[in-house]
Design a protein around this ligand. Structure first.
Ligand code: G3I
Length: 358
């Protein structure tokens, strides 16, 4: 009896203190799920996903190369499981992503003509967006369409279809997913030049009378180098356009950067060297403290603007699964999230919970 009561009270305390619970009156807290998590095989992550978060984004399974591997072939298995899992566990699903220059299936990269690429885009958006309409909450309709200087990225879509491919993507998404929120998502769009490009892109969608509901600032940042002022300016600038503002792929690297620049372009890689992997056996307390401080500064800002922010999604559940162990250098040990390699909350987690109550 005592054990049962103890268990119940622990469960109660956990629920009260979960990220989602702590922030329920402010904004959603989400996470990204990889394949083992969608298949419920990551036993360490499962209770965290169900207790701590209110939204999920697929880390990979809805990307073109996975969901649409050949012209007439779609592979919905994992994506369907993700959607069922979300609906069963009361987690809002954000679809990621319909139109992205990266992780395209090989057949798309070989398309030569404008008409074929346009047909691909129509088929792709119609088939996928209509399948999940009413079942998922939102779509990252277009992902990473901008260069760092704010101009349109020189992708296959721009090259063959011209700049209108972006408005066309939103037109198709609104047509085939009328009950789903539609977002533009990108990294570094808090930076002034790229932000100006994103604002122009959003205005071009709105000028055509098309629907765009929100903007996702990915949020792949570096410890002690969080661009707080640019983030604050961006929250104000994007919400002034009438959009929901989200931070959609939040993580904070603690490892040295080989190029000393901020990026999230998965195609840029560097080679391993031990100096670039300084904490293979655990994070020193001093760095843990810096990570906590960086998260604290960020969440203070998020709390200040909680009326304008609708979701904060971490890019992964725990440190062990983070893409930052493999990018931009493969084989490193990184610590970018708020749950450690054993699924235990880090000091940053407790700080974030405390900030919600201040
Ligand atoms: O699934 C295959 C597996 O079969 C194979 O054995 C293995 C060998 O390398 O590769 C596996 O695929 C990898 C996949 O992640 C799943 O682990 C791909 O190579 C790898 O490129 C892919 O990386 C993902 C990356 O996007 C590219 O799609 C990362 O997990 C994912 O975190 C990252 O997420 C992106 C966002 O979508 C957009 N914003 C930036 C963010 C970080 O790059």
């Amino acid at each position: 009896m005592v054990i049962v009561l103890l268990k119940l009270s622990t469960a109660f305390t956990q629920a009260q203190n979960s990220l989602q619970q702590a922030y329920k009156n402010k904004f959603l807290i989400g996470t990204a799920l990889n394949a083992p998590q969608i298949l419920e095989k990551d036993s360490m992550a499962m209770p965290l996903i169900k207790n701590e978060f209110g939204a999920i984004t697929p880390e990979n399974c809805m990307k073109c190369e996975n969901i649409h591997p050949a012209w007439d072939t779609y592979n919905f298995e994992l994506a369907d499981k993700l959607v069922t899992f979300g609906n069963k566990n009361n987690l809002l699903v954000n679809g990621h992503t319909l139109i992205w220059h990266s992780q395209l299936a090989p057949f798309v990269k070989q398309i030569q003509s404008k008409d074929s690429l346009s047909l691909f885009m129509n088929n792709h958006i119609q088939t996928i967006a209509s399948r999940y309409d009413g079942k998922i909450f939102s779509w990252d309709v277009v992902n990473e369409a901008l260069e760092e200087d704010g101009s349109l990225r020189k992708s296959i879509f721009l090259e063959k279809l011209g700049p209108d491919y972006i408005t066309e993507s939103f037109r198709l998404a609104a047509k085939w997913a009328p009950h789903t929120e539609l977002y533009y998502n990108d990294y570094n769009i808090e930076q002034p030049k790229k932000r100006a490009g994103a604002i122009a892109l959003i205005k071009s969608i709105q000028a055509k009378g098309l629907r765009i509901d929100g903007v996702g600032i990915q949020g792949h940042w570096r410890v002690e180098k969080i661009p707080l002022q640019e983030i604050e300016e961006s929250i104000l600038a994007y919400s002034a356009l009438g959009l929901k503002v989200m931070f959609t792929e939040l993580d904070i690297t603690v490892l040295p950067n080989p190029w000393d620049k901020d990026a999230a372009d998965v195609n840029q890689k560097a080679t391993y060297n031990a100096l670039m992997n300084p904490y293979p056996n655990g994070l020193p307390d001093s760095v843990q403290q810096k990570l906590t401080n960086s998260y604290a500064a960020l969440f203070k800002l998020f709390v200040k603007y909680s009326d304008k922010i609708s979701r904060i999604t971490f890019w992964g559940v725990h440190d062990k699964q983070s893409w930052l162990n493999g990018w931009p250098i493969a084989g490193r040990t990184n610590y970018p999230l708020v749950f450690d390699r054993n699924g235990k909350p880090k000091p940053a987690y407790y700080k974030i919970i405390a900030l919600a109550k201040e």
